[in-house]
Each structure stands twice: as C-alpha cells, then as structure tokens.
Ligand binder design. Structure first.
Ligand code: AMP
Ligand code: MG
Length: 419
C-alpha cells in the first residue's frame, strides 16, 4: 500500500520565481509524508532500519543496584557520625560477583567483598575501591569514599521500565541495538525500506565498460546516485539510461512508478527542447520546475508521475550530487518514515578567500585541513567530478553576500553527516 500525495503538493504560489533553499526545503518538508508500511523484525535484523513507533523499556536497566568497581560493600550508616574517620569493619563471609549475587543480608557495621557488576547485597548501599582498602585479620580498613552511594549504580539509572527507550522515526545505529537489547526488547516495529528508482537521460550517455564513440559521455550519475541511495539505507530500482526520446523516458517512468516510492532522474530537467523529463511531467504528470537559488544546482524539477514523486536533478554530476544531498536526502528520509534530517554542520575558519554576491546559496567542495580550517577545491567548475573525491564535505555560503578571507567563520557540512 502506498500513501498518495496531492497532485499540487509541489506547486509554488503564483509569481514566485527564484526559490531560496530554505523555502524549498520547508516546502518539501510540508508536502512529503511517510509512505512505507510497518513490519516487525528481530533486533539482529534491525540495523539501519527506521523505527515505526516509540519503543519502551521492558525492564529497568540496570535491573538492580550494582557495584561499579571491585571493592567492599557496606552500609553508609555503618560509619557513624564521623564519616571522615578511618573505617574498620569486620568482613562478612562470602562475596558478591556478577551473576552470583550474595543471598544473605550484610549486617549493619559489616562489609562484604564485591566485584564489578555484582548486585549490591541487602544491607549495603556504598562501595569502597579495593585499592583504597587494606584487609587483615578478618577486617577491612579504609578511608570512606566521599558520599553515601559511592561507586554504586542505581536500579533503572540507565532506563526505567516503561520509559521510551528510543523514539519513532529513528534510524537504528549499532549503539541503538545495545540500548534496545539492554532494556529487554527483542523485536521492533520498523518501516519497510523505501524503494528509490534511478534514471539517467541523455543521447550522449554510454555505460561503464562500453567502447566510447566520439562525443559520448560515460553515465556517471546513475551509479553515483544508486550508491548514494544505498548509503541512505534505501533499496534501488534501476531504470537504466534512456535516450532523449519521450517514449523511452515514459516507459522508464512507468516502470519506476510501478516498482518504487520515488524516482530520481538526471539530465533533461531544464526548459530546452531536449529536456524531456520536464516536458513529460508537464504534459502527462504534474511538475513544478523550481528555479532554486542554489549553486551548483538549478534547475531542479519536482513532479509526480502516476502519484510517485520525481526529483529531476541537474545532469551535471557535481550539481546532481549536491542537490541529491541537500534536497533529495531529507525528502526521501521523510518518505521513509525518518525524522526530518538537518545536515550535520560545524562552524570552522575558512582557509580560502572568496567574494560572494547576494542572491543564491552556494555549496563549495571542501575539506578540513589538519588545523581544522575549511579549504576549497581549486575550481568551482561543476563538471569537475574529481573535486567531489578530493573533498570530504561542503562549505555552505549564505544566500546573501559574504566576503570570505582566511579565518572567516564558515559553515562546513561533512559528507559523513549527509548520508
Ligand atoms: P543536461 O542537464 O541534460 O543538460 O546535462 C548537463 C551536463 O551534464 C551535460 O554536460 C551532460 O553531458 C552531463 N550529464 C548529463 N547526464 C549525465 C550523466 N548521467 N553522467 C555524466 N554526465 C552527465
Ligand atoms: Mg541531457
């Protein structure tokens, strides 16, 4: 079952021309909803899946108060009024170890040998570190720790039974697996993986491994976007590379609409004669060609084909990559049932100079120097795919004008936080 989107969900108000990035993102956020069904999987299969509901702790963690160290457990009240004086307590026979609790009660004024992770025996609330204690003749002598309850972990300190352990919309990371298992959860409701179809268009395209006739270009976008979609945690549907012919592209879009939840296309998205994606969407589906005030990037076509959203990315591989990270990633994540994804961004000093004019947001291929400043690729040419491999993130320059010189604080978005 697929949730339907309204035909006009991407429409811009009349008179709107250049759309600022933030507005485009806000519109995406407002128009896209989760389309994936729920299934229940064992924890062992839950990595990278998206939680479809809040998950509650099935038990307290820790399930009982226990010792954080190897030492001696006693009741704070055994120390009497002068809690700074050296303590000298008779040792109770026996010991408490992880998995081997002490069954009896430690009488007030006594201490018991205890190991890390052991449940605190009845009658005790505090533990002194073994290195701070000396043992002889059946007694333990020590300077007491600073306060009552020292070196003890409280019952339910990490999670209380019935508390939300992890919230709906979270994509499960390795540490989340530990969190869920620790609170007694063995299976979780998750979203079916989003299916994303990828289509390249252009008469000039040939495939990796093909002989290259004059004028041909290897189709770099489709393998790149398929790989990116996999990194996002989604399934890919391959729609191939199609020539600039309406029939071929229509058939591919039909296949995409039948087999996937969203379609990414590259090439053919501007207003030129060969721009069949825009044309087809306009005549047989719905489309809003967004002139987004972004570099690299425009044009970006957003439309619906048989009810399935189509993201018409620019043909240029660098622009396609940047637009996929900035626009398609959060949009697809929302469709997949994830929380809205803001890119991870840090403010770092620039290691470059640039006088930027107002009017559009710019993303520069960048990487961090060993000193933690952002340097940018030698050229902004959007045909230079090598600059993507050179970089490990993007510098995001604001919509307005800015004069950047070495040391100017800039926003740096590591690729690691964008996929
Ligand atoms: P278009 O958006 O179709 O006008 O294409 C813009 C530029 O991107 C042209 O130089 C195309 O050759 C190039 N391009 C389009 N699609 C791809 C692709 N799949 N792989 C590599 N380059 C492409
Ligand atoms: Mg083209």
């Amino acid at each position: 079952m697929k949730a339907r989107l309204r035909d006009d969900c991407f429409a811009l108000p009349p008179g709107v021309d250049w759309t600022p990035v933030d507005e485009a993102l806000a519109r995406l956020r407002g128009s896209l909803t989760c389309v994936t069904d729920v299934e229940t999987v064992p924890i062992s299969a839950a990595l990278d899946r998206i939680l479809a509901a809040d998950v509650f702790a099935a038990r307290d963690n820790p399930p009982a108060a226990n010792s954080a160290i190897d030492g001696y457990a006693f009741a704070w009240s055994s120390l009497g009024p002068d809690t700074d004086a050296e303590a000298n307590l008779p040792l109770q026979t026996g010991r408490a170890a992880a998995g081997h609790p002490f069954r009896g009660t430690v009488p007030d004024g006594h201490a018991l040998r205890i190991l890390t992770g052991a449940e605190l025996p009845a009658g005790t609330d505090t533990v002194v570190l073994q290195e701070d204690a000396s043992v002889g003749a059946g007694r333990v002598r020590f300077r007491p720790p600073r306060k009552s309850g020292a070196n003890a972990r409280g019952r339910g300190e990490d999670a209380g039974s019935g508390e939300i352990a992890l919230s709906s919309g979270r994509r499960l990371e390795p540490e989340d697996i530990a969190r869920l298992v620790a609170v007694g959860v063995s299976q979780v409701p998750v979203r079916r993986a989003l299916r994303v179809a990828v289509l390249s268009t252009g008469d000039e395209l040939i495939q990796a491994g093909d002989e290259a006739p004059q004028g041909a270009i290897y189709d770099a976008n489709r393998p790149m976007l398929s790989a990116l979609v996999q990194r996002f945690g989604f399934e890919t549907v391959d729609l191939g590379a199609q020539s600039d012919h309406a029939d071929a592209i229509r058939a591919a879009l039909n296949k995409g609409a039948a087999e996937s939840d969203a379609i990414l296309t590259t090439g053919g998205a501007s207003a030129g004669d060969e721009d069949h994606i825009s044309q087809l969407l306009r005549t047989e589906g719905t489309v809003t060609t967004w002139r987004i005030a972004v570099k690299p990037g425009r044009p970006l076509a957003l439309g619906l084909w048989r009810g399935v959203p189509v993201f018409g990315l620019p043909g240029n591989p660098v622009a396609a990559f940047v637009c996929a990270l900035i626009f398609a990633r959060p949009a697809l994540a929302a469709m997949a049932g994830q929380d809205w994804q803001e890119p991870l961004a840090v403010t770092v000093p620039a290691a470059f100079s640039k006088a930027k004019k107002p009017g559009r947001r710019e993303y520069l291929r960048a990487r961090l120097t060993p000193e933690g400043a952002a340097e940018v690729f030698r050229s902004e040419g959007s045909g230079l795919i090598g600059g993507l491999s050179w970089s490990d993130g993007l510098v995001e320059l604001p919509d307005g004008a800015i004069d950047v010189s070495p040391g100017t604080p800039v926003r740096y978005l590591p690729f690691a936080g964008l996929r």
